[in-house]
Design a protein around this ligand. Structure first.
Ligand code: XMP
Length: 545
């Protein structure tokens, strides 16, 4: 029985360029995180989405294991608990359960889908496979408009259901707050305990009033005042970094991506001239990428920036290599060598700053009491091994990507950089299929600049998550003037996604695609054919490799 459509993707995990080896102690930002909510993860693909929705309400939250000990919960003094969905059924053998004591602590609980079924079952109800399963949109009717959870909720509204089980009976101590045509207990409340349940998903955008519902739970029910402010967070991190670093130097690897740029900007505010940034130009960067990093961090932030021009070294190790994993491995190893050499020139450097984000911490299983490690599907952090001998500073390890972007803007980074699409660590090598050659990189770089430039000019960049060109290792016949050509093919890839684990190809307008194609064929010498990739992930991946 499946509660939420879709499973974790089966795409292969990327070998990390290095493992995230050191785990900082639990967030030290005590003042801002005093009012926290815990999200118990029962294996739902939506746990991180719930957490982001909670943060949007300016309430700090943490994702924890479903079987977290009651003492560990109490030690965090949470204002509320949210129980996520799960792909299991509560009556399955080995179904993930939480300690039923949690419902008796007087801490408000909101069970979502499986979380609700679990709460109702633990408190005397019955869960059954529903006669009619509900997947997708349903009309929801309010039964009890007086309850604070439903304050301001319209009498009738659309909600997103995704379940095969539903609560068939609740004990006398529960009452229904809302129903759908097939589900009499779409929202429930315990009469004497602060325990709520929702059969639908308030965290997804398909439940338009979901945001209000979560806001009601966090505010009216849990008493959270919305104290989680990014500006204050930045001030606190800056203070902590200053204290920790003293008069030592900190090294920060810059990639041109959002995360490392925000880390560098934050540290530059914290310790100014004690920061040294290192950008390894591996020759696999996009057009004008190095220049824009240099402009931002030398001219704007006045950082001590070392650029290592190592393009030739990378071309040497990549010569003759066509196998994608081997390319990745060699690029990773060469990157570490280059970084190490440059870092060894920096005197009094004790710390290494990295742009590890909260999803990385969660997915690697490194969060205290957090869920077990999941398959790491993508990673864009330029992790470095601890053999370098530095202490790690990871100022973004409590943040989600959208929070990092907002923080970047607050720190004065330009929109252009903050909203940059992700770019893989091994760079254009994963988009230059087969052997990576100077000639291939030239074509790819030019074509990529046209793709991104046209998508930006048409106002589509922010509406898409990743847009780029791929150089295919095939040549085909074409005609130019009176001449037959035998040249390369560029594939254009443009996708929309929330989490990069699943993605849809973007339905770009034909005239935009036509402009991209015409320009690439006219302007990029050596290309006579352009294709648009219309595959979703899964089963395809975003990168072609
Ligand atoms: P796929 O291709 O698996 O990619 O759909 C998902 C996300 O991960 C990025 N990606 C990488 N990032 N090193 C990285 O740092 C890599 O080797 C790598 N491969 C894929 C990809 O660009 C997308 O954002």
């Amino acid at each position: 029985m499946q509660a939420i459509a879709g499973t974790r993707s089966t795409s292969p995990a990327y070998p990390r360029m290095s493992a995230m080896t050191q785990v900082a102690p639990q967030s030290a930002h005590t003042t801002l995180t005093d009012q926290r909510v815990l999200i118990l993860d029962f294996g739902s693909q939506y746990a991180q989405l719930i957490a982001r929705r909670v943060r949007e309400q300016e309430v700090f939250c943490e994702i924890v294991r479903h079987d977290i000990a009651v003492d560990a919960v109490l030690a965090r003094r949470p204002k509320g608990l949210i129980l996520s969905g799960s792909p299991s059924s509560v009556y399955d053998d080995g179904a993930p359960k939480c300690d039923p004591q949690l419902f008796q602590l007087g801490i408000p609980v909101l069970g979502i889908c499986y979380g609700m079924q679990l709460a109702c079952e633990a408190l005397g109800g019955r869960v059954e496979s529903a006669e009619s399963r509900e997947y997708g949109r349903s009309q929801c009717y309010v039964v009890d408009a007086e309850d604070p959870l439903l304050a301001g909720f319209p009498d009738e509204s659309e909600v997103w259901m995704s379940h095969g089980d539903q609560v068939s009976e609740v004990s006398d101590e529960f009452r229904s707050l809302a129903r759908t045509d097939t589900c009499p207990f779409a929202a429930v409340k315990h009469t004497s305990l602060p325990v709520y349940g929702l059969q639908f998903h308030p965290e997804v955008t398909h439940t338009p009033e979901g945001k209000r519902l979560l806001a009601n739970f966090l505010g009216a029910v849990c008493g959270c005042e919305g104290t989680w402010k990014l500006g204050d967070f930045a001030a606190e991190v800056i203070e902590n970094v200053r204290r920790r670093v003293g008069d030592a130097r900190v090294i920060c690897g810059l990639s041109g991506g959002v995360d490392s740029s925000v880390v560098a900007a934050l540290l530059s505010k914290a310790i100014g001239s004690q920061l040294t940034c290192i950008l390894v130009d591996n020759g696999l960067l996009r057009k004008a990428e190095e220049e824009s990093v240099v402009e931002e961090f030398t001219n704007h932030f006045k950082t001590d920036l070392h650029v290592v021009n190592a393009g030739d070294r990378f071309m040497e190790v990549l010569a003759g290599i066509t196998e994608p994993q081997e390319k990745r491995r060699r690029i990773g190893a060469e990157f570490i060598r280059c970084f190490k050499e440059e870092a060894s020139k920096v005197e009094n450097a004790h710390f290494l700053a990295q742009g590890t984000l909260y999803p990385d911490v969660i997915e690697s299983g490194a969060a205290p009491d957090g869920p077990a490690a999941t398959i790491k599907l993508h990673h864009n952090v330029g992790g470095l091994p601890d053999e370098l001998g530095f202490e790690l500073i990871e100022p973004l390890r409590d943040l989600f990507k959208d929070e990092v972007r907002r923080l970047g803007l607050e720190l004065g980074l330009p929109e252009e950089l903050v909203w940059r699409h992700p770019f893989p660590g091994p760079g254009l090598a994963v988009r230059c299929l087969g052997e990576v050659t100077e000639e291939g990189l030239r074509m790819l770089r030019e074509a990529d600049a046209i793709v991104v430039g046209e998508i930006k000019a048409a106002g589509w960049y922010r509406a898409t998550s990743q847009a780029f060109a791929v150089l295919l290792p095939v040549q085909s016949v074409g005609v130019m003037g009176d001449l037959r050509t035998y040249e390369s093919t560029i594939a254009v890839r443009c996708v929309s996604t929330e989490d990069f684990m699943t993605a849809d190809w973007s339905h770009l307008p034909y005239d935009l695609l036509a402009r991209i194609s015409t320009r690439i064929i006219n302007e990029v010498k050596g290309v006579n054919r352009v294709c648009y990739d219309i595959s979703s992930k899964p089963p395809a991946t975003i990168e072609w490799e």
